[in-house]
Design a protein around this ligand. Sequence first.
Ligand code: SF4
Length: 495
Amino acid sequence: MPRASPGIMCVELAPDQLERRRRAEAFPFILGLGRSRRRRVSWYAVGVRYDPTLLYALDPDTFERLLAVARRELPRVIVLNERLRDDQMAALADAAGGARGVYLSHWEQWIQLFPEFIQQEIPEIGGPLPPDWLSRIAPVFNRKSLGDAPWAVNPLFRIVAGPRCSYRTLVADNPFYRELALPKTMSCSFCYTSSNVNPVKDEVAFAVRQIEAACRQLPETTDERQFEVLGSRIWPRLEEFLMALSRAGVRGVELSFMPRIDQILGARESILRCLPTLAAADLAMRLYGAGIENFSPDENMRFNKGISAEQVHEAAAFIISTRSSWPRQFRFTDGMMSMILFTPWTRLEDLRINVENIERCSLICPFFALGQRLQIFPEPVHPIRLLAERDGLIGASRGNSFYNSGCIVDASQEEIPWRFAHPEVGVLCQLGLAISRFKQSDGRATDPVSRKIGDLLMILPTPLVLFRRAIDEIERRPRTPSLQTLLTALSRAAS
Ligand code: SF4
């Protein structure tokens, strides 16, 4: 069948863990650009269960629905936000009559990389972008869901208006890093969100334009729409942003933000002033992911996080009281504070400090926190990797199976193994991960380790009590050879 104009079909694999929805941020702009150039463009969403390996295989019914769309539309290019298993990708391309499959590999930096991506990967869309493309392209949110997975039908739209974070400190101020050959300033030493380049002149206006367009164009719904807003220059202009959305007629929307703990503290007055505006416009704000990383001052300094334990507890108190006064407009889900509990340098005393502070903060999920360890990746090279290399802690295998703390955002990423400077901590890390996995399985895992953990959690009041006893046991017997041995000792002592 002859093709009227080159067709571009965007396929969004939408995971059920909403915060894992990535790389669909550019789709409204691909559609908008295509339409302005009279190309056939479409956007289909397919609900999937989040797979930490980020390599998806669709079930037969869902895949058949996608094939049927490809046969009908015969696009020349199929753009995907996540990796499909090779055989399904090949079958999809075949169904479309030999379409080219293209993966979006970037997300938070999509604005910087979009012109190059279009030129190199989708030339069929009609040549390079004009320099003023950011203001010229009208975003198009004409998105259809294949199937009825509720998280795909009414998704969380991520609106990127600039780099997530502009946090920087002087390397000279951090005793762990000042001897390393680093540039003058650094962000958190492990963070992969470091570029501060932003071609967007007015982040507030750019984000409002996208949210307003989405609300206007998407089919009417009685469900609240959800948007996650990224852009470090928006948070300091929070009141202006919310007023602009209200003036633009945006209603029935939840807006998520991920500020730092110190930014939450700094914005307390501003948040309190915004809440009546939110109520009047039927809007809500949600905070999530506020990173603590680690309560131990040494570990925190190695992360260059710049957040103290007292700041965390102060922010938590503000969140809890505001949430209780404005439950509809101000939201925070318990457990949504992130931590990195284990690092190559972790000592037993660091773990004790963390257990004590996690117990103090009801917003932290202990099951989640106990299962978090540092992940280091080859590119870009981050300061914490240089520190681990200098200390001879990179390269030895931990013997662990695949693990994704949430830092693996692309199927091609492979982490660099590291080892513990204090080897006795290794078995506690295994215990923390096993407790976390036990919880993720809803207590249904039946392997021997999970069964023992389940039995212990029936006797002991909380996972933190179990973990504290494990620290005591390892302090007494630092050469405990395995997790099984540790669990046997803990079971004996508890019964
Ligand atoms: S971890 Fe968070 S606060 Fe630190 S640099 Fe990254 S985004 Fe910014």
